[in-house]
Design a protein around this ligand. Structure first.
Ligand SMILES: [Mg+2]
Length: 236
């Protein structure tokens, strides 16, 4: 059980509050279709992943970084023969992703409605600042949150900074998200609480084998089940 020490609850955004990874998978499929017209011999998905990983440190996360990797990958896969017309189509895939309507996941609104009067809720997400802010505005759930924290990464040190800004100690923080690697393991290592809400699709980069043994760790099947784990009255 999660104790009544909790003051702030952090929610991951992508694939926790709204659909995200399936859009990347769709974009990848459209990209592979475009480059396969060039008679590409290599495994396009593998080369794309390799390109994204190589660019991660320079570009960070998000759709714009993904678009640059798509273009670079197209050049590599076609050995430089990719046409400007195809490049324009690749950019179009990314622009379409940036403009997609927000699809909230099941139970998001009722859960936030229950928790927001009792706890300080924040969104803690990676990705591109402009894109995440735009998604937040379009989502219609901004009012439930104290603020949105767009983090350059979600490692232990990033969470330490976050808790410092929030002026709370780890045991006063609960993080909820779909990625064990980004949302669950780092906060647990700091001494915070974490609830894993798995999503059916996970980006390879977010996959880990580690299974935490900490008492502060929980896993639920559906987002609404988190309400059973969180004390009804907070001390905030
Ligand atoms: Mg996520």
């Amino acid at each position: 059980m999660i104790t009544e020490e909790i003051k702030v609850i952090g929610f991951d955004a992508d694939d926790t509050l709204w659909v995200n990874e399936p859009y990347y998978k769709e974009a990848e499929t459209a990209f592979i279709r475009l480059v396969s017209a060039y008679g590409v011999e290599r495994d396009a998905a593998a080369v794309l992943y390799e390109t994204e990983m190589a660019n991660l440190e320079l570009y960070g996360y998000g759709i714009k970084a993904f678009m640059l990797s798509l273009v670079e990958c197209a050049i590599r896969l076609t050995k430089g023969t990719v046409t400007s017309d195809t490049i324009a189509k690749i950019l179009g895939i990314g622009k379409e992703m940036l403009q997609r309507p927000i699809e909230l996941l099941e139970d998001v609104k009722p859960v936030l409605e229950k928790l927001s009067p009792r706890y300080r809720l924040i969104v803690a997400t990676k990705g591109d600042l402009l894109d995440q802010e735009r998604k937040m505005t379009r989502s219609g759930i901004t009012a439930y949150f104290h603020h949105i924290e767009v983090m350059s990464d979600k490692k232990k040190k990033n969470y330490m900074q976050l808790l410092h800004h929030l002026d709370i100690i780890p045991r006063e923080f609960l993080m909820i998200g779909n990625s064990m690697k980004s949302d669950i393991l780092p906060p647990l290592k700091l001494g915070a609480y974490a609830i894993h809400v798995p999503y059916h699709t996970t980006w390879a980069h977010e996959e880990v084998d580690e299974e935490p043994g900490a008492e502060r760790f929980h896993r639920v099947e559906k987002l609404k089940d988190i309400l059973k784990l969180i004390p009804p009255v907070s001390v905030r």
